[in-house]
Design a protein around this ligand. Structure first.
Ligand SMILES: Cc1ncc(COP(=O)(O)O)c(C=O)c1O
Length: 412
């Protein structure tokens, strides 16, 4: 047994990555539609990212943002500020879980309130606090419970509406539930933040109706609660805009970003309205490694490719193409593909059995077949009964065709 504790979805030994492909130590060339879990949005080892990182390596590897300013860090904060409307401030960390913890600390510090509302089927990370916010599967929390003051609401998962309603004819019970929550379990005066993934990731690539996010915005405005969007997975072009809040046209007070932000270098950010972040004094939050110079330089290259290199437009185009092909696949196999959903290149199919129940066994088989045929796919959904397609945003029609041909054969 190798001396490694972390477990992984495959036994592949990756030695090289290029574009949408990984090359393995046993000579395989594998189409990577996991993108290191939604990280390599520009494809593996994108030349602009490699160049920017090399140049920064020669200049400065670590300065410590507790100690000094450095060029790539300041430039990245300014770029993110510009790309998120100009009235924001940024705090850098290293991972999604870390920025979600930080965002909650910021909301609590500024509001001087302690309670937080999160959603069923959410995933926010694996630190003690972000795992406590997570409700996509009890295994992420098992034996770790020690955090109080987190309350869970149902998400707008319309395919399996938790209120038993149908989209279109419902009364948005997913918003009405807040009346009950505020009346029975937590007074809104005590709630610092509502934290939500604008599209649930690990929970099943669940795209809520726009009115759900609009409703959350309204509730937060009325009750004086900060709205936090966890954009760790939805950010950096994945949904067809730089951030999903731009896709939906709903502005959070605080957003968290990571994964694709530096195309593989560990980097994350909390982006908040200036009036909020400016109230967070020195010492209230920090960390040794946040905003590493090389990661920031890589991230600047990522943002340039996203915004000036046409990658986001390409994502929208490929997203439409991919969605069309998935819908055709569903039309061919309606008895097992219950739902096709997603936005941009954050796409999934939900697999069902003959009673319409989650079909985890079939999902496992499809993913295993794909891997055998040199295609990496990941599951999602609380019962792991969805196949998610997280290709790099630079994917081509040809690569989508290759992947879906394998998936089609897997169903056969
Ligand atoms: C929406 C969301 N938030 C937070 C995280 C945690 O990020 P990290 O693994 O970098 O801590 C993830 C990771 O999958 C995620 O998808």
């Amino acid at each position: 047994m190798p001396a490694i504790a972390a477990k992984r979805y495959t036994d592949l030994g990756a030695v090289k990555g290029e574009g949408c492909y990984l090359y393995t130590d046993d000579g395989r060339k594998v189409l990577d539609f996991a993108s290191g879990v939604a990280v390599t949005n520009l494809g593996h080892n994108h030349p602009s990212v490699v160049k920017a990182a090399h140049e920064q390596l020669d200049k400065l590897i670590h300065g410590g943002h507790l100690v000094v300013f450095y060029e790539s860090y300041v430039a990245l904060a300014e770029k993110l500020n510009q790309l998120t409307g100009g009235d924001t401030m940024v705090y850098f960390s290293n991972s999604g879980a870390e920025v979600n913890d930080g965002a909650i600390k910021l909301a609590k510090y500024v509001s001087k309130k302690t309670a937080v509302i999160a959603f069923r089927n959410s995933f926010h990370g694996r630190t003690i606090y972000s795992a406590a916010l997570t409700a996509s599967n009890a295994k992420y929390r098992k034996y770790y419970d020690c955090v109080s003051g987190i309350y869970f609401a149902e998400y707008a998962y319309c395919y399996r509406c938790p209120f038993g309603k149908k989209q279109g004819s419902c009364k948005m019970e997913c918003l009405k539930q807040f009346d009950t929550i505020f009346h029975t379990v937590v007074d809104p005066d005590c709630v610092a933040a509502i934290i939500v993934e604008p599209v649930q990731g690990e929970g099943g690539y669940v795209v809520p109706p726009k009115e759900f996010l609009e409703g959350l915005r309204k509730i937060c405005d009325e009750k004086g609660i900060f709205l936090i969007f966890d954009e760790v997975q939805t950010g950096i072009g994945r949904t067809g805009q730089l951030y999903a809040y731009q896709t939906f046209g709903i502005q959070p007070d605080i957003l968290t970003t990571s994964k694709g932000i530096a195309n593989g270098f560990p980097l994350a950010g909390i982006i908040a309205k200036k009036e909020i972040m400016s109230q967070w004094p020195h010492g209230a939050h920090s960390g040794t490694y946040g905003g590493n110079p090389v990661a920031c330089a890589a991230s600047l290259a990522v943002l340039k490719e996203m915004t000036e290199g046409g990658v986001i437009e390409h994502c929208r185009k490929m997203g439409d193409y991919f969605m069309g092909k998935l819908k055709a696949l569903q039309a061919k196999r309606p008895e097992v593909i219950g739902d096709v959903r997603g936005v941009g290149l954050m796409l999934a199919i939900e697999l069902i059995d003959d009673k319409g129940e989650p079909n985890t066994a079939l999902t496992d088989k499809i993913i295993a077949y794909a891997l055998k045929h040199d295609l990496i796919l990941l599951p999602c959904g609380t019962y792991h009964n969805c196949v998610r397609f997280i290709s790099p945003l630079v994917v081509t029609e040809k690569e989508i065709d290759i992947a879906l041909d394998i998936v089609d054969k897997a169903f056969d």
